[in-house]
Design a binder for this molecule. Structure first.
Ligand code: AMP
Ligand code: ZN
Length: 115
């Protein structure tokens, strides 16, 4: 567990969240300040600070995060037209919580390039 890590505390249920999916390795929950009608965060239960800090031993776990996003999107009718997955890595990308997470966003149109 990362010291005072909010997402570790969400993973252990020390902090409440609206859980969308859970298994032994990952947890998906609704973002507290959604940027789209659907905004889910998918985290590894293992504390990894940023994508940058993932090890080779985390390869399968990284795949599972994306696969979980796809599974959740597949179950959500409002994402039939498309959705976006985002990983903000470090400060310049706007990462605010330093526990690796995939944003699953959908239910509206997104522009490209991102801001
Ligand atoms: P990032 O900028 O990529 O680090 O995204 C962090 C995300 O975590 C933001 O979209 C926040 O709204 C979200 N967030 C922070 N604290 C919580 C929380 N306790 N429960 C749910 N989402 C949270
Ligand atoms: Zn953590």
């Amino acid at each position: 567990m990362g010291k005072n890590c909010v997402f570790c505390k969400i993973a252990t249920k020390e902090i409440k969240s609206s859980v969308v999916f859970e298994d032994d390795d990952v947890l998906a929950f609704k973002d507290l300040n959604p940027e789209a009608p659907v905004h889910v965060l998918i985290i590894p239960k293992k504390h990894i600070e940023t994508l940058d800090k993932a090890d080779r031993e985390d390869v399968q776990l990284l795949g599972k995060l994306l696969f979980t996003a796809k599974e959740i999107a597949g179950r959500s009718g409002s994402l039939a037209g498309g959705y976006r997955t985002v990983i903000n890595c470090n400060r310049d990308a706007g990462q605010e919580v330093f526990h690796l997470h995939v944003h699953l966003l959908g239910g509206r149109k997104f522009s490209w390039p991102p801001g």
